[in-house]
Ligand binder design. Structure first.
Ligand code: NAP
Length: 272
């Protein structure tokens, strides 16, 4: 069975729309350079903002921008009372230190939940904003009544924005978690042990039918494109028929992620 994210997105959208009526919500997105895939993401954010009545401001900066200028831009947005959430689009051009810049964002405006302060809160299981894509994965499972507690969860990928925070969030949900990466030996065996397999690899059709089993739930975080521009996940379509549940690409985790960004903005704006 394939599962989709549209209904979850709509529910979150309604919650954000209601909050935007009562509370001041303003999102600032800092874009450096002209990467087309980041432009598509910004378009999605703009549309969501329009549909929810949230103010969204895009700050476009050239590839040549220096770190000092970026830090000044972030500082200005930190001090701008209209802005309740700030996002710095990554990847950044070579020479800019993404970690230093992200941590220059006021942690109370860290709409992506990736400031060290908010990641610390995640580790210590304190309430707060959580990274958007892992949040989307948890929302997808819960909305489809798929239990997490006590389940064996294998995550392929350990990035700072997806795999690693997801491992912590799954542990907080009382799953038993295995994290796989490029140095993992016998990846197929690790995958087959899972009740829930999450693919966050960034390689199209990486998870093949022989890596899943008939009782498995497979969540595909991947967004990749073939030579014709068709969107493909990290899971091969053939695997969909060999497992119990699989999340669709397109239309799965990707459509929830932008909504989770606005859900974080809602949380931050209510606190502001
Ligand atoms: P990333 O930073 O490139 O991390 C990829 C991870 O996969 C790394 O931990 C890497 O291991 C691991 N990996 C790569 N090749 C592997 C292999 N052959 N065997 C085992 N592990 C391997 O990517 P990311 O930012 O986490 O994104 C992952 C995917 O999710 C991408 O397709 C991205 O476009 C997509 N994404 C989707 C959303 C959404 O909203 N749906 C949001 C963000 C990202 P090492 O650590 O050892 O290098």
């Amino acid at each position: 069975m394939l599962i989709y994210g549209k209904d979850i997105r709509e529910q979150i959208k309604e919650r954000v729309r209601q909050t935007a009526i009562e509370v001041k919500m303003g999102l600032a997105i800092i874009r450096v350079g002209d990467d087309p895939s980041s432009l598509a993401y910004v378009r999605g954010i703009r549309k969501f903002a329009e549909e929810t009545g949230v103010k969204a401001e895009i700050v476009n900066l050239p590839d040549s921008v220096g770190e000092r200028e970026l830090l000044n831009t972030i500082g200005d947005l930190n001090n701008n009372s209209v802005i309740t959430g700030i996002m710095l689009q990554t990847p950044l051009p070579a020479g800019l230190n993404a970690s230093r810049l992200i941590n220059a964002i006021d942690f109370d405006k860290d709409v992506e939940g990736i400031h060290n302060y908010n990641l610390g809160k995640l580790i210590s299981k304190e309430e707060g904003v959580r990274p958007c894509t892992p949040k989307a994965v948890i929302s997808m499972l819960k909305a489809h009544d798929i239990p997490i507690e006590g389940q064996k969860v294998t995550i392929i990928g350990r990035s700072m924005t997806v795999g690693s925070p997801l491992a912590l969030m799954m542990t907080a949900e009382n799953a038993t978690v295995t994290v796989c990466h490029t140095r993992t030996r016998k990846l197929k065996e690790e995958a087959l042990r899972a009740d829930i397999l999450v693919a966050a690899v960034g390689k199209r059709e990486f998870v093949t039918a022989d890596m899943v089993h008939k009782d498995m739930v497979v969540i595909d975080v991947g967004i990749n494109f073939d030579e014709n521009g068709k969107m493909l996940g990290d899971v091969h379509e053939e695997a969909w028929n060999h497992c119990r549940v699989a999340s669709a690409v397109p239309g799965g985790i990707g459509v929830i992620t932008v909504a989770e960004l606005f859900d974080n903005l809602r949380i931050l704006s209510q606190k502001a």
